[in-house]
Design a protein around this ligand. Structure first.
Ligand code: MG
Ligand code: ZN
Length: 231
């Protein structure tokens, strides 16, 4: 049994990604036709993705119709948390799709079909908590945001470069905890720059509200840039 099946495996991975990219392209056209701006939020489990959305949604109430698609391996807990904010939230439980540790364009397309797109200007996709493979799968989004909490350490951008490389914005979350940690914020931000020199960076706390205005301004600017402003 010394058969070398390496190249065949590579073929399969290439085909899966190519199939995903085709569906992502269809998603992108559909989002454009519906004038829905889509932000994919990536980050480790516990980085504060859902808390960020809980703090963001009330601030958008006046200006945009918001919807959320949430991916988790198990449970609909995050969709329930989001639904409490009074916006439509669709949970994708990836264990029903073979326990995938990331979202794919096809599962997003299916979840999107359950939303009333005419009521939505801004759709957040909270990806499965994972800093590795979500970045490999284009979902058809307008922009990608990586949430990295100050508790995760300065070295994560260097250890998980793809997610940071693919990001349009890196949000350093839970900054209210900095006084209790040994984290070196300068070196953390330098490490982000080293992987992606052009990426936007912000430091915020969903809990204290610090930095939230910058994040809201970034979203508004992105909305304008996307040409998907409906009002
Ligand atoms: Mg979450
Ligand atoms: Zn995965």
């Amino acid at each position: 049994m010394t058969r070398n099946d390496g190249p065949q495996k590579v073929d399969i991975v290439t085909r899966v990604l190519a199939a995903n990219d085709r569906i992502a392209l269809e998603n992108r056209k559909r989002f454009a036709a519906d004038s829905v701006m889509v932000i994919d939020i990536m980050g480790s489990p516990g980085s504060g993705k859902t808390s960020l959305l809980e703090a963001t949604i009330p601030r958008l109430k006046e200006t945009s119709g918001t919807g959320v698609i949430v991916g988790d391996i198990a449970t609909a807990r995050d969709a329930w948390r989001i639904a409490l904010q009074g916006v439509p939230a669709i949970q994708i439980v990836t264990e029903n799709f073979g326990g995938a540790c990331h979202l794919e364009a096809g599962t997003v397309a299916e979840a999107y079909g359950k939303l009333d797109a005419s009521a939505i200007d801004l759709l957040f996709i909270e990806n499965v908590g994972n800093l590795v493979c979500p970045a490999e799968f284009d979902l058809g989004q307008d922009a990608r945001v990586v949430v990295l909490s100050v508790t995760e350490g300065e070295d994560k951008p260097l250890k998980y470069p793809l997610a940071f490389h693919e990001a349009d914005l890196v949000l350093i979350s839970k900054c209210d905890l900095v006084p209790y940690l040994d984290i070196d914020m300068d070196s953390l931000l330098e490490n982000v720059c080293e992987v992606n020199p052009r990426v936007d960076k912000m430091v915020l706390s969903a809990k204290s509200g610090q930095g939230m205005d910058d994040w809201m301004a970034w979203l508004a600017a992105r909305m304008k840039m996307s040409g998907k402003m409906t009002s």
